[in-house]
Design a protein around this ligand. Structure first.
Ligand SMILES: C=CC1=C(C)c2cc3[nH]c(cc4nc(cc5[nH]c(cc1n2)c(C)c5CCC(=O)O)C(CCC(=O)O)=C4C)c(C)c3C=C
Ligand SMILES: [Fe+2]
Ligand SMILES: [Fe+2]
Length: 340
């Protein structure tokens, strides 16, 4: 028998049909706002060596012995405060972003979504795109600012899945877009509109980015520089000379020194210094999540009020609004054009 007339075995995977897939990926979230699911999620998340850069022999006993016995209960209570009818806000918004991007792209690509930790998992959704005939896939980690703990670990996970495949799809990754004019314009338009709609005029706009250990900056992670650049470009584009704009870093985790200034410290400092009206925005999050809805909108409000602040507003992220979706379409189409 020559190779020409060999037929494919019946269990052969579908032959690639030249479609392009887009996989939107965000951080991940527990399956439910209870200690059990939160513990499973945190175990996966905090065992990622890109996230906690302590040798496992030292870290795993701390994680399994202390953190996973204390934090899930507290975090579950926080998740319960923001959980919606359609589940975790982060997952629900990411799903809607994928649906709306699909509507915008039409036949140009098949859009799906995944979570780096928890579900739907990256390997499962990559397989689904390939089942649908996609042999070229754009992997889009939805982090405007690059960091090893977020962007790189998404690519690692996709690489792990590809490692098991005989016939791999071609892969492209969405570059960080922290200084992309489309992103800055979307943020400025959206934040500007939200500021104008407030019932009060803020004296300060605080731009709060998720924190990272200070050491990651010293090791060359561009995250801190990316956040600073976003903040600078956004301030220029907002062009509101009457508004004092500050930048801070939230969600400190563990004992190591994190990027400063810390969001909670700035909120207290501003209120103590006499600022009465403040708005806070989180430009580094493409979707509202525990960190914005609970840590900023609830805890941040309390911190500001307890220190003497009077008016406080937590602005929403770009989410699946028109400005954010138009930006995402621009960024994705730019990548797809290299394939079409
Ligand atoms: C937007 C970028 C993010 C960076 C950078 C980041 C780094 C980072 N995070 C932790 C620890 C935790 N983060 C948690 C939640 C969380 N983090 C991000 C984004 C970034 N994290 C998001 C979008 C979320 C929300 C998830 C959701 O379900 O809504 C949590 C879990 C919640 C809790 O228990 O407090 C932890 C823990 C580290 C250690 C880190 C950098 C090294
Ligand atoms: Fe985080
Ligand atoms: Fe947090």
């Amino acid at each position: 028998m020559t190779w020409q007339n060999q037929s494919l075995p019946t269990d052969h995977p579908p032959v690639h049909s030249g479609r392009i897939g887009v996989l939107l990926v965000n951080l991940g979230t527990p399956d439910g706002p209870e200690p059990g699911p939160v513990k499973r999620y945190l175990a996966e998340f905090l065992s990622d060596r890109r996230v906690v850069e302590i040798p496992p022999i030292a870290w795993q006993p701390i994680l399994r012995g202390i953190i996973l016995n204390t934090r899930p209960k507290r975090s579950a209570q926080a998740y319960a405060k923001v959980w919606g009818e359609d589940g975790s806000p982060l997952a629900a918004i990411t799903r809607r972003q994928a649906e709306k991007l699909q509507a915008r792209l039409g036949d140009a690509a098949q859009v799906d979504w995944a979570m780096r930790y928890g579900r739907p998992a990256i390997p499962e959704r990559l397989a689904a795109l390939m089942e649908a005939g996609c042999d070229r896939i754009l992997l889009a980690p939805l982090y405007p600012q690059y960091s090893a703990a977020t962007t790189a670990t998404v690519v690692d996970k996709a690489g792990d899945a590809l490692r098991t495949m005989r016939w791999q799809p071609a892969l492209r990754t969405l570059p960080p877009y922290h200084d992309d004019p489309a992103y800055i314009a979307a943020l400025a338009g959206d934040i500007g509109a939200q500021l104008d709609a407030l019932a009060f005029t803020p004296e300060v706009l605080l731009l709060s980015f998720h924190g990272m250990p200070q050491r990651t900056l010293e090791l060359g992670d561009p995250y801190h520089c990316h956040c600073r650049k976003t903040a600078r470009l956004l301030e220029e584009r907002l062009a509101r000379p009457d508004l004092r704009i500050r930048t801070s870093f939230q969600s400190r985790f563990g004992r190591a020194k994190w990027l400063e200034p810390a969001t909670d410290a700035v909120l207290r400092e501003e209120a103590t210094a006499g600022t009465k009206r403040l708005a806070i925005a989180a430009p580094g999050f493409s979707a509202d999540c525990l960190e914005t809805l609970e840590e900023l909108a609830i805890q941040g409000h309390e911190q500001f009020a307890e220190a003497g602040g009077q008016e406080f507003a937590a602005l929403t992220c770009l989410n699946d609004g028109t400005a954010g979706m138009a930006m995402l379409e621009t960024l994705v189409r730019r990548e797809l054009s290299g394939w079409i």
